[in-house]
Design a protein around this ligand. Sequence first.
Ligand SMILES: [Zn+2]
Length: 288
Amino acid sequence: MNRLTGFAFENQVAHGAFVELSEGVAQMLGHRAYSADVRALIGEAMAAMPLLATHLGFEGRINLQFQGEDAMKLLVAQVDHQLEVRAMAKAPEQLQGSFTGLLHGGVLALMLEPRAENRQSSQALVPIEGTSLAQALEAYFEQSEQLPTLIRLAADGERLRGFMLQRMPPEDARAGEQDWEHVSILAATLKPEELLQADPATLLGRLFAAEPLRLFEPRPVMVACRCSRPGIARLLLSLGRDECDSIIAEQGRIAVTCEFCGKEYVFNAGEAAELFAAAGSVPSNTRH
Ligand SMILES: [Zn+2]
């Protein structure tokens, strides 16, 4: 089962979460040829997204996006407030390398995209440093949010796991610096491979045996793509009638493949014409 399990210490020094993903992972990663290293990095990014969403104080989406030219070209991982996760990457098929090797020369950014139109999107750079995506995200929280955070991510084929421990803002906590040091030192002993071997309750018992904490009811996480025919129709409308007409003149139809899930949407000439007619657009050859 895909789930996100939150926990908090009774003294409010820190809170955290575990994420466990397996259902839907093979499908999401299955329609493109990825090298083992690229696949593992996408897996880690997918595991990170629900952890990041524990921060989302609004309805909308978090987008982790990498763009580069030297090695990987593109990596996109997204999660929304309903904990639906999707991800994809573009990279040369044979590309292998370490975290910093794969992302060499590019830019990694985290975008918060509220759905409400009156709320601004925001974007912050994630420093490409350390030996893993987890360490880069830790650096992001330290620099952008001033919140000491510990993250572990593990990807083993179709099984993805993540762990996050974060200090509560000092004004919210009854505990002090020493309490944080104590729990963060304990948490730092957690190895990514241990994440793959035990469930959250067992791991918490192992890590923080003597610390009073609460484990929350797990929330379901979906690994799925929310692309739809109406969504693709909106994309065609934004392309414009002339562009769509010229694709149909050339290919007889418009076929759009979703970058995330590989699903293909086809609009024949009649369907495309109907789409533009419904939107109040007329073919350019009938314009004055
Ligand atoms: Zn899709």
